[in-house]
Design a protein. Structure first.
Length: 277
């Protein structure tokens, strides 16, 4: 009877941990980290800044490990879109389209040509205004991606029944800087990093239950934190630090000066730069 219950327990655990989902998840909004909540709850500015973002480059030169690489980069190449979204969601900046600027200019040429020919649509009869110029330019790049900066695990086995767990930490780093359009001076610069956690849990049994009869079972699962969400969180954190640094150095101001002591600003202002070990 003991052997029977042991066998049934292994089957139940295996089904609970490794059973695939019955259907694919429905489309939903992208999950966000705590940094997004802080970003969207910053105090209001005295006035929003027009900002241009051209290209946030991946300067890591890292590719996914073989055989899963297929020449794919280790980090997403969509950091520019992430930064534009973070700047807009912060409520402090008005991003101007620069990544697809040529597409915008082409559409404006088409409208002007239609106006000259008298074939413009009703909603395009009005003369086009000049494009808005930016107050500041935000440059940056993904400056680092280090895999396996820390790893470890633990396990135990007793009379053929055991379990183990392993983890690995990767790290990604992002640089953002604010440039004055009038002078080209770098007004503020920040480096942020985010760790990427991957871990694995395994359990198994290996036991002789009778002569020439062996019971062997294994269960386990692996969880990998999405790199895309880590890059986005690092960028959002960088934007918060830029806003905070600008307030401290009087580069821009708050709508209500008393908000300088708001919990979010104070938490990021009091963050101490960690010393590398």
């Amino acid at each position: 009877m003991r052997r029977f219950f042991l066998f049934i327990s292994v089957l139940l655990l295996s089904g609970c941990l490794t059973a695939p989902p019955k259907q694919a998840a429905k489309p939903t909004l992208m999950p966000r980290a705590q940094s997004y909540q802080d970003l969207t709850h910053l105090p209001e500015p005295a006035g929003k800044l027009f900002v241009s973002v051209y290209n946030i480059q991946d300067e890591t030169g890292q590719f996914k490990p073989y055989p899963a690489s297929n020449f794919s980069t280790a980090v997403p190449q969509s950091a520019t879109a992430m930064l534009v979204s973070a700047l807009k969601d912060s409520g402090w900046f008005i991003p101007l389209e620069r990544q697809g600027l040529q597409n915008l200019l082409n559409e404006r040429k088409i409208i002007r040509a239609a106006q000259e020919n008298g074939t413009a649509a009703v909603n395009n009869q009005r003369q086009l205004s000049s494009l808005v110029a930016a107050n500041v330019l935000i440059e940056g790049s993904i400056i680092g991606y280090e895999s396996n900066v820390k790893s470890g695990g633990a396990g135990a086995r007793f009379f053929g029944i055991g379990a183990s767990t392993q983890y690995q930490l990767d790290q990604i780093a992002v640089n953002l800087r604010v440039v004055d359009v009038n002078t080209g001076q770098v007004l503020s610069s920040v480096n942020t990093s985010k760790t990427i956690l991957s871990y694995e849990v395994q359990a198994g049994v290996f036991r002789y239950i009778d002569y020439q009869r062996l019971l062997e079972g294994e269960i386990g699962y692996t969880t990998n934190e999405p790199v895309m969400l880590c890059v986005m969180s690092a960028i959002e954190t960088g934007v918060i630090y830029l806003v905070n640094d600008g307030i401290t150095r009087n580069l821009w101001s708050l709508k209500n000066p008393k908000d300088v002591s708001s919990p979010i600003l104070e938490r990021y202002k009091n963050t101490i730069v960690p010393i590398a070990s």
